[in-house]
Design a protein. Structure first.
Length: 100
């Protein structure tokens, strides 16, 4: 039984570390408020993933990827991150902009 539990833990860890193509934000720049001074505001973006503990890093990465995908769907060229949370829930919030 212990071998099965150990195998399941490794399997879950391997799945939790999967990286989606959205890790590549080459088409969207991460900047600060000064970098979007002359840009059009598109809206708030949010990413969320409930995994914490051992899965905190992949969970945060997935939350960020979800927010970047949301910005991409809005037609954003830039993102300004406003808040992140990594207590029990991996969440990230930001604002999407389209710059000339």
């Amino acid at each position: 039984m212990r071998k099965i539990s150990t195998a399941l833990c490794f399997l879950c860890a391997a799945c939790g570390g999967a990286v989606s193509p959205a890790d590549q934000t080459q088409d969207i720049q991460i900047t600060d408020a000064k970098g979007v001074a002359n840009c059009a505001l598109l809206g708030d973006i949010h990413g969320f993933n409930p995994w914490g503990g051992l899965f905190a890093a992949p969970g945060f990465r997935q939350a960020r990827n979800n927010a970047v995908d949301e910005a991409r769907n809005l037609g954003a060229t830039h993102i300004v991150w406003s808040e992140t949370t990594a207590v029990t829930v991996q969440a990230i919030h930001g604002v999407a902009y389209r710059c000339p």
